[in-house]
Design a binder for this molecule. Structure first.
Ligand code: 5AD
Ligand code: SF4
Length: 439
């Protein structure tokens, strides 16, 4: 039997594509190897969102090259966004690579491996979904479900539209059938995936059009499923019906990740985000109004070209107003082929660094403050396994998407009640309510 080793970089979309790659490889007789050394096929599912992602990959490729030299029969494959962004150049830069493919060509990997001649091949069309491929889930009780591929936005800093192509929605019937199968198979929590989930369905043919809010409602109606999450909505497209779903549909979790990117309307315009500060804050006000306890998290970029001190202060003001439960913060990274990479006014590193430090300070302060509201409450937790910091304890996640470490006896995949005893910016601590389990 042949074996494979797969390393995944990047977002949840990539994690999910990797599950499809694994499923597909196992369906053609490959078994997973614990390390690269022992694998006939060494695969990378790559990301290109920021420069750091590129650099990390290059480090790993060194080992692949050495192993290929030791045994030229080994097959080296590079899939995903970095591969798509480089296309045939992958082979110029790394001649030891046998097969390169973009996110829309995962299915071609099996074709390549089962073909007679293994001469170097690149596959970079945008052909669509991995949804029909077999899947090997990381966890039995949690699953990702792709609802659309690609992105029609034109954010000037972002490489994704060029690596994942135009947006194509998957017909809702197909999505629901998949979620039904997953629920019947023991999945308690699904995360619906799309680059811009709130524009889901707009491209479907007349008669088959379904809005994202309607999709949420149909998924919520599926028996056995306890939790629905999704990522990511776009502030320009999230409507009241979607926000309302968090209040009205039992399985839709109390968490919305609403990427801000910048608090300055001027910078937002240069980013081509098509909303301004006022509109963003208006969406947050609707969330606070309809789902008061909802966790709100975000992505923020500092140091966009031309960002002035005053622009940055506006980002800080939005952070002060919204009081995020947590935020991913990024230093602007120029990406090949994007408009922003060519803009004048690229900022010196120390300025970016200083702004980042201030931003992170504020984000952490609010995250810590906001988390205190959970202390003393008994919360529903989906158990994920042993705690990473203390194996005597369990780790799970609340509906608000907070990681919680707690003393208890529940098994992975179970929903249980945990009393929260303390909270930091990133994690909660608590004790399982064993009596509640008996009752
Ligand atoms: N530089 C820095 N951060 C970026 N992101 C996307 N492109 C870039 C870039 N060129 C961030 C955005 C996005 C998140 C996934 O990554 O904040 O929401
Ligand atoms: Fe995901 Fe974007 Fe990275 Fe592609 S480039 S893997 S879409 S984060």
């Amino acid at each position: 039997m042949k074996s494979y080793h797969l390393t995944t970089f990047g977002c949840q979309m990539n994690e999910h594509d990797s599950e499809r790659m694994k499923g597909m490889l196992e369906s053609i007789g490959y078994a997973e190897a614990p390390d690269r050394e022992g694998a006939d096929l060494i695969l990378f599912n790559t990301c290109s969102i920021r420069e750091k992602a590129d650099n990390r990959l290059v480090g790993h490729l060194g080992e692949a090259k050495r192993l290929k030299t030791e045994d030229p029969e080994r097959v080296i494959g590079i899939g995903g966004c970095w591969s798509q962004s480089m296309k045939e150049q992958v082979f110029e830069l790394f001649p030891f690579v046998d097969v390169a493919f973009g996110p829309g060509q995962v299915h071609k990997l099996a074709e390549f491996l089962t073909s007679d001649s293994l001469t170097a091949q690149g596959y970079f069309e945008f052909e669509g979904f991995t949804g029909h491929l077999p899947m090997k889930r990381e966890r039995e009780f949690q699953a990702w479900v792709q609802i659309s591929v690609g992105c029609n936005c034109a954010c000037s800093y972002c490489i994704v539209p060029s690596t994942r192509g135009r947006e194509v929605s998957r017909p809702s019937g197909e999505i629901l059938a998949e979620v039904e199968r997953l629920a019947a198979d023991g999945v308690r929590e699904v995360t619906l995936l799309g680059q811009n989930v709130c524009s889901y369905g707009r491209d479907l043919p007349k008669g088959a059009k379904t809005s994202f809010a309607e999709l949420l409602s149909s998924v919520d109606a599926i028996d056995g499923l306890e939790r629905i999450r999704y990522t990511s909505p776009h502030p320009k497209d999230i409507r009241e019906d979607v926000i309302r779903a968090h209040a009205e549909l039992a399985s839709v979790c109390e968490h919305i990740h609403l990427p801000l990117q910048s608090g300055s309307s001027r910078v937002l315009k240069a980013m081509r985000r098509t909303y301004n500060q006022e509109r963003y804050l208006d969406r947050v006000a609707t969330i606070r109004d309809l789902v008061p306890d909802c966790a709100v998290t975000t992505d923020i970029i500092v140091g966009f070209p031309g960002e002035t001190d005053a622009d940055f202060e506006e980002t800080m003001e939005v952070v002060e107003q919204v009081r995020y439960d947590s935020a991913f913060t990024f230093v602007f990274s120029p990406r090949r082929g994007t408009l922003a990479a060519e803009l004048e006014g690229q900022l010196p590193h120390p300025v970016k660094r200083e702004r980042m430090d201030r931003l992170v300070g504020a984000v952490q302060r609010h995250a810590t403050d906001r988390a205190q509201r959970f202390v003393g409450r008994t919360m529903e937790v989906l158990v994920e396994g042993p705690s990473r910091t203390d194996p005597a304890k369990l780790r799970g996640r609340t509906r608000h998407n907070k990681t919680i470490n707690f003393a208890g006896v529940a098994a992975p995949g179970e929903l249980t009640e945990v009393e929260v005893t303390s909270a930091t910016s990133t994690t909660l601590a608590g004790e399982e309510r064993l009596l509640a389990r008996l009752g």
